[in-house]
Design a protein around this ligand. Structure first.
Ligand code: AMP
Length: 417
């Protein structure tokens, strides 16, 4: 049974909270972006305010064992500052019994990086390169077995479990999913998770129509499942960025040097066919900004997207496409945006992506629900200063992508079950 952080009685209880404190550090181990820590603070504060004690757990980076560089001790100062209490530290997440026993209401303890143990992910480490299939199988079985104890130890620290780590919700790891079964009546989502789940539901379950999805980015292959899931739900599908050229080439267009995937052309044609059957309108750029080299000082021109000269490469949507897309977006009641529609990292090629951000901001002002979900579009909207002008900006790249593919995320299912 799933509980709610707002109604749960934390007084005198210890809450073990999975957060995503996987923040970037520089070579001096200083945090260069604390967004992920800030995102979990409302949940952590709530537990303390209600008289609970916090056992905070997270991973940092991809260590293959105990590694100084990936120690969470580097972030204690910042977490303490943002939380407003002196956070204690347990230098081994599996040997924190003494620190946990001393923890009093209103206090917080941060456990060392969960991924210092292979059991967190449940994947074997240190296998010889020439390991046989049987050795690999045995190693996997061994880590799955020792994972049970690992989970049990973490669970033994607390009276209740909160998952507020959306960034790892698509992983069935010890701390993100397996631990939940130890708290059948005392498990819940934190505010960040609740916000993300609501945002996903707003587009996948409760969308107001017209519903438009803008799917961009580099490759069709990485977004195929999202495109297919969207076909079942949207009225309009705008396909932008590098992936658009696979669709254009598949229909016989000349795309010059533009990014494309020949092996995905049959899938592209299938999507176009399905869209027609379902009455979903597909918008692929009719004109394209092309360049003669992949750099800010390149020569550029606008050409029809299906007549790109040889040696030229499509890097952004052209003005005609952007005008069409603008009209579609401003007439939409729900918009999902995943993936930039051009090489936005280079300012000369960022106009299209900037305009999509502007269109989403304008549509939001007109009352539409707008969700920006997934890696680079989130970076674009934040970098361009539009994050506060849309309804929701997701914090989880891979997790959001899998949710948009229609998959059930293990971290969400474990708490809801
Ligand atoms: P993804 O990770 O699949 O969402 O793709 C994001 C990347 O796609 C960004 O780094 C963009 O620069 C890149 N991208 C967008 N449009 C194009 C394009 N026309 N050609 C090459 N790369 C592109």
């Amino acid at each position: 049974m799933q509980c709610s952080i707002d109604t749960y009685d934390f007084a005198g209880k210890k809450a073990i909270v999975r957060v995503d404190f996987n923040v970037p550090l520089n070579e001096k181990f200083e945090i260069t972006d604390d967004t992920r820590i800030r995102a979990a603070i409302p949940t952590l504060k709530k537990v303390l305010e209600k008289g609970g004690a916090l056992i905070i757990m997270s991973h940092l980076g991809r260590p293959k064992g105990v590694t100084e560089k990936f120690s969470l001790k580097h972030i204690i100062g910042r977490v303490s500052e943002l939380l407003g209490v002196e956070v204690k530290f347990a230098a081994d997440c599996q040997k924190a019994q003494a620190e946990v026993a001393e923890l009093k209401p209103g206090e917080a303890l941060l456990l060392e990086n969960l991924r210092f143990y292979a059991e967190e992910e449940g994947k074997p480490r240190g296998l010889a390169e020439d390991a046989t299939d049987q050795e690999k199988k045995d190693a996997k079985a061994a880590v799955k077995e020792s994972q049970k104890e690992f989970v049990k130890t973490l669970a033994s620290y607390a009276d209740c479990y909160i998952n507020d780590a959306f960034g790892t919700a698509h992983r069935a790891h010890a701390s993100t999913a397996l631990i939940a079964k130890y708290f059948p009546n005392d498990k819940m989502f934190g505010y960040l998770m609740e916000g993300e789940i609501k945002a996903i539901d707003n587009v996948l379950k409760n969308a107001q129509h017209p519903f438009t999805a803008v799917i961009g980015g580099s490759k069709v292959s990485s977004k195929l499942a999202v495109l297919e899931n969207m076909l079942e739900r949207v009225d309009n599908l705008i396909i932008g960025g590098g992936m658009g050229y696979t669709f254009i080439k598949a229909q016989g267009g000349q795309i010059g040097n533009s990014l494309h995937e020949d092996d995905l052309m049959p899938n592209a044609l299938e999507i176009l066919k399905k869209a027609k059957e379902k009455g979903v309108k597909i918008y692929i750029s009719s004109d394209t900004l092309v360049c003669d080299k992949f750099a800010a000082d390149a020569n550029t021109m606008v050409v029809p997207s299906n007549a790109i000269p040889e040696e030229w490469e499509g890097v952004d949507a052209g003005p005609e496409s952007l005008a069409t897309w603008k009209e579609v977006l401003l007439n939409s009641k729900t918009i999902l945006w995943n993936g930039p529609v051009g090489v936005f990292e280079i300012p000369t090629f960022a106009k299209g992506t900037l305009q999509i951000a502007q269109n989403l901001a304008d549509a939001t002002e007109k009352g539409a629900y707008t969700l920006v979900g997934g890696g680079d579009s989130v970076a674009a909207v934040t970098q361009m200063g539009y994050a506060k002008k849309v309804s929701y900006v997701s914090t989880g790249g891979g997790a959001m992508l899998e949710a948009l593919e229609g998959k059930t995320l293990p971290g969400i299912a474990a708490v809801m079950e």
